[in-house]
Design a protein around this ligand. Structure first.
Ligand code: PLP
Length: 423
């Protein structure tokens, strides 16, 4: 069972929590019990998909039959997760080999499988607004899922051409609209649709929101993959580039399940609400500032409530385990250059995580930094900082050739509504 960390009293099954996304009073869901995995050594010897199905079944209990879980995981995690040495005693956990070239593929693809399996045969439409990245992960994840339509709104001309190619060239069950306005206007249109009972009912609207419990639990799996690829008995320091704090929350859940760790570093950019909170004990968000690690430009991270709940109700020793530091764009650029000297080309987010690890790690400790995006995804910055020409991976080179299928629309909800209803 899953429980609502705000109300405590609301308890729902895992499929219900996935369908709902968010609970009463805007509360987030977590599994009711987080017990250590039995026989971790045996689990670590299994292949990635088989082990991940085991971890996820342990987390959701009997709500999903193990055979179904296995099928869902195999369909969702259909790409490799390499752990590459970078310098001495440090490893890169590369989470960007999925279809949208970012770690969000794990969560988005698993959630798509869940909604595909749990939905009752009625209509279902995933409606989402994107400023670039989420759209690609969601559209690719739900592409060709039977019985599910996907509608993505994005601000015309304000996503990079490559980002647009990643989600606007699919066709099939994915419809994309380029809105002649900004991202906030797109989000407002999505909100208006969710306030329209006829639309919600007729289309079976679902937001595939980033705080969905399916996305979070999927991310627990790759921490165990790092452990599987390291020598047994290693207790590494993990560094996680953090924005909304979903990724680090998943890491702390893995710790509750028995993942061996020395500590976890949540590395933020100049949006440093959490590092200041941990240092001073006061929650005091400042206005969000724009940085070159823009996927982390968040000053009120939604998932931090979950982190606190893991400490308070699930016995995770946050004081001992959790460190949070803030780095700026100059640190990030320097880190990209330093990594390049070690023969590793990293995107800005990944480089920031590496730098936090480098500063915090002491002699003799093993470090793992999580690579959250492929460098080609942030090609302009990488080419400029490193003064190199970056080759696109094959998948990206191929979509870059395809035609954008989006329809351009205004931000008038009344014009959009019939399109949403009738396709
Ligand atoms: C989303 C994202 C992050 C931040 O992850 P959170 O789970 O929100 O902390 C970091 N890097 C990249 C490239 C991302 O897309």
């Amino acid at each position: 069972m899953m429980y609502n960390i705000r109300t405590g009293a609301q308890r729902v099954s895992f499929p219900e929590a996935v369908r709902l996304g968010i609970g009463k009073e805007q509360g987030l869901f977590l599994p009711e019990r987080l017990r250590p995995l039995a026989d971790l050594p045996a689990l670590l010897d299994l292949p990635f998909a088989e082990r991940s199905a085991g971890v996820l079944s342990h987390l959701v209990g009997s709500d999903v039959p193990p055979g179904n879980m296995r099928n869902m995981v195999e369909a969702a995690f259909d790409f490799p997760v390499p752990l590459e040495p970078v310098g001495e005693s440090v490893y890169a956990l590369e989470l960007f080999h999925g279809t949208s070239l970012a770690f969000k593929d794990f969560g988005a693809r698993f959630m798509a499988q869940c909604l595909g399996h749990f939905h009752d045969g009625g209509p279902m439409t995933i409606l989402t607004a994107t400023s670039g990245d989420t759209g690609a992960a969601v559209a690719q994840a739900f592409y060709n899922q039977p019985g599910i339509d996907v509608v993505v709104l994005y601000p015309k001309g304000r996503v990079t051409p490559l980002q647009e190619k990643l989600f606007c060239t699919l066709g099939g069950n994915v419809r994309t609209y380029a809105v002649e306005d900004d991202f906030d206007a797109c989000q407002t249109m999505v909100k208006q649709a969710f306030l329209d009972p006829e639309l919600v009912q007729t289309l079976g609207l679902n937001s595939a929101n980033s705080i969905n419990i399916a996305r979070l639990l999927a991310q627990v799996c790759y921490y165990f993959e790092a452990a599987a690829q390291l020598p047994r008995g290693t207790r590494p320091v993990y560094s996680v580039p953090s924005g909304n704090f979903g990724n680090i929350t998943a890491g702390l859940i893995a710790v509750a399940l028995g993942l061996p760790v020395r500590r976890m570093i949540a590395a933020t950019n100049a949006n440093d609400t959490v590092p200041r909170f941990l240092a001073e004990g006061r929650w005091k968000p400042y206005p969000t500032v724009a940085t070159m690690t823009n996927a982390m430009d968040i000053s009120q991270p939604n998932n931090f409530d979950r982190v606190l709940a893991l400490g308070k109700r699930h016995g995770v020793d946050l004081e001992r385990l959790l460190v949070s530091v803030s780095l700026d764009d100059d640190d990030t650029r320097q880190a990209m250059l330093d990594l390049y000297d070690l023969d590793y080309v990293a995107d800005p987010h990944t480089a920031l995580g590496w730098k936090a690890l480098k500063d915090d790690r002491t002699e003799g400790e093993i470090g793992v930094f999580l690579c959250t995006a492929h460098p080609a995804k942030f090609r302009e910055d990488v080419e400029e900082v490193l003064d190199i020409d970056l080759e696109l991976p094959d998948e990206l080179a191929e979509v870059a050739e395809r035609e954008v299928l989006s329809r351009t629309i205004s931000s008038e909800f009344e014009d959009f509504r019939p399109l949403l209803l009738n396709g």
